[in-house]
Design a protein around this ligand. Structure first.
Ligand code: SF4
Ligand code: SF4
Length: 167
């Protein structure tokens, strides 16, 4: 037994050193790729130094929305502070989501017949298509740039006339 062990030891040593030699060779083969990768990373770092970064520290820094962005709605007021809306139901009729509810009442002013008693928009159903703004003949409703108004209940997202006028 001990003789066999003595005989196998040099052979095993040869195999082991061959394996080590092979792994060293593989190690040497990968080194250029590793250094190339590191060099590329370094190049990107140098290039990025003089360029504008695209990371925004939101919400401390707000990203400006693009022109024409359609966010939450606002009911506009006229020069006398009255709602411009004359309760013509055009926006409610055209709305593809059926999320506008208007109840009209007689206007107390001589220059129009009606005004909205109730004007509600279910913001959770709205798809922000802007059709209500397009259809309004009095320029009384518009979509603002507001997009980050959070709510904790569904009912909070049904905006009434007062909320829409103050938006
Ligand atoms: S933006 Fe479109 S979906 Fe939303 S209330 Fe206006 S018409 Fe309806
Ligand atoms: S279309 Fe304009 S004026 Fe007519 S109900 Fe809607 S917001 Fe009011």
């Amino acid at each position: 037994m001990s003789q066999a062990t003595e005989e196998s030891t040099p052979a095993m040593n040869t195999q082991a050193s061959a394996r080590i030699g092979k792994s060293k060779w593989l190690f040497r083969l990968y080194l250029p790729a590793v250094f190339k990768g590191l060099f590329n990373t370094f190049l990107h770092l140098v290039k990025a130094k003089g360029h504008k970064t695209f990371t925004i520290q939101y919400p401390e820094v707000a990203r400006p929305v693009r022109k024409g962005y359609r966010g939450e709605h606002r009911l506009k007021k006229d020069a006398l502070g009255r709602e411009k809306c004359v309760a013509c139901f055009m926006c409610q009729t055209v709305c593809p989501s059926n999320c506008i509810r208007i109840v009209a009442e007689e206007a107390p002013w001589p220059d129009r017949d009606k005004r909205p008693k109730i004007f509600e928009i279910d913001m959770l159903r709205c798809i922000y298509c802007g059709m209500c703004e397009e259809a309004c003949p009095c320029d009384a409703i518009e979509l603002t740039e507001k997009f980050n108004v959070v709510s904790t209940t569904r009912t909070e997202k049904i905006y009434n006339k007062e909320k829409l006028l103050s938006n």
